[in-house]
Ligand binder design. Structure first.
Ligand code: NIG
Length: 396
């Protein structure tokens, strides 16, 4: 079955040439894009969809979320808005609620959050463990996440639970916990920050997880300067996330990680979290000038960023971080795919590329209720998602 989406007033492909087409069309064939170009030259298809001059962009690739949780932290949010600082300790409130939830409850909560993200135009999504923090609950979170999300990350090293010695807990993460989650996850992550894991503990986690064959990611430089970014680059992590407090050397290291022609460490910016925690925004322009690659992600979680709206993240990146609309949309699509190493289709498990619109890539596309993608920032907060296809299937 093929579908011709035609009469797209603007089509921001985010392909290798960064093409923005006018009066364009796309043909979806099964789960893949089979044709893309000027509407006047489009081939016939079994069905057609008239976009009415609206703009098309790739589906969002949300490369950083924490969706496997129960409970609520409104009180902590209110206290923060009244002047308290965010501290990692709040994670333990969610750990308690998550442990108390049944498998069915956790699955239902996760599904409804993914549905919400899809309605907002997200077509590819990573999520993490990290609210279980013992062997059984981390494995359960990983198993539930693997049944729902596109990519799953092991974040046993999110917080040292109460009553644990930090080094002994790190041993647990690197040993029995890693073994228990291993069948369900592709990635491992560590929160390298004062109040969470020290650089030495983080190094041990990254070493053990790399030895187990997992790809690496790091929560780094969120709340202050530190070793997170340095470690991420040293270990060849696919991404370092947050990057609010970077030194010049961190910025240069992230840029240099892309200089050899291979894939380096993506700097993943989480602007909704920065607003909610009142952290400075990442130095996005300096990172781009240094040759770094950027991703934008929602970081949807109950503590620091309770939104999965990638449109909101794009608007904030434009309005507050100084990115152009094209740069922000690229970071929220191709950048996320790069941070998940799904930007090409030649990955070991043979999946199609996501995050950009080109022949052979997965048919993940949104039509905006606007004549150009600029409206995402020009009309921030407005419901601009008109239609969404995920792997060729209309999901909204
Ligand atoms: O990415 N920084 C660490 N983890 C989350 C916050 C988790 C929470 O507070 O529940 C984040 O912001």
């Amino acid at each position: 079955m093929s579908l011709l989406i035609t009469n797209l007033g603007e089509l921001m492909t985010q392909d290798a040439e960064h093409r923005v087409l006018r009066d364009a069309a796309v043909v979806l064939e099964g789960e893949r894009i089979s044709w893309i170009g000027p509407a006047a030259g489009a081939p016939a298809a079994d069905e057609s969809f008239d976009a009415g001059g609206r703009a098309g962009v790739p589906g969002w690739v949300d490369s950083h979320t924490h969706l496997v949780f129960a409970g609520d932290r409104t009180a902590e949010f209110e206290a923060r808005m009244a002047g308290e600082l965010y501290a990692a300790g709040g994670i333990s409130v969610t750990v308690e609620a998550t442990r108390a939830a049944t498998d069915d409850e956790l699955t239902r909560l996760l599904l409804s959050r993914v549905e919400e993200a899809t309605a907002g135009g997200t077509t590819y999504l990573e999520t993490k463990t990290g609210y279980g923090l013992d062997v059984g609950h981390e494995a359960r979170s990983a198993r539930i996440a693997a049944g729902v999300a596109d990519e799953v990350t092991f974040l046993g090293a999110h917080l040292v639970p109460r009553d644990w010695d930090a080094d002994e807990y790190t041993d647990l993460v690197c040993g029995p916990m890693l073994d228990a989650v291993r069948p369900y996850v592709r990635w491992a992550d560590v929160f390298c920050e004062a109040g969470a894991f020290t650089p030495e503990q983080s190094r041990r986690v990254l070493q053990a997880c790399a030895a187990a064959g997992l790809g690496l990611r790091v929560h780094g430089n969120q709340l202050g300067p530190g070793a997170g970014t340095r470690l991420a680059v040293e270990f060849g992590a696919a991404s370092v996330d947050h990057v609010n407090h970077l030194s010049d050397a961190d910025v240069d290291a992230l840029g240099a990680s892309w200089s050899g022609g291979g894939a380096g460490t993506v700097a993943t910016c989480l602007p909704a979290c920065d607003l909610s925690t009142r952290q400075p925004f990442p130095p996005a322009r300096r990172l781009l000038e240094a040759g770094a690659q950027l991703a934008l992600a929602s970081n949807c979680n109950p503590g620091t960023s309770y939104t999965s709206s990638m449109g909101f993240c794009v608007a904030t990146a434009v309005l507050q971080m100084g990115l152009t609309v094209h740069e922000a949309v690229r970071a929220a699509t191709f950048g996320g795919a790069l941070a998940l190493r799904r930007h090409t289709g030649d990955d070991v498990d043979g999946r199609r590329a996501v995050g950009s619109l080109a022949v052979g890539h997965r048919a993940d596309l949104q039509v905006l209720d606007a004549p150009s993608a600029s409206h995402l920032a020009y009309r921030p907060g407005m419901p601009l998602v008109h239609a969404v296809w995920r792997a060729g299937v209309r999901v909204r």
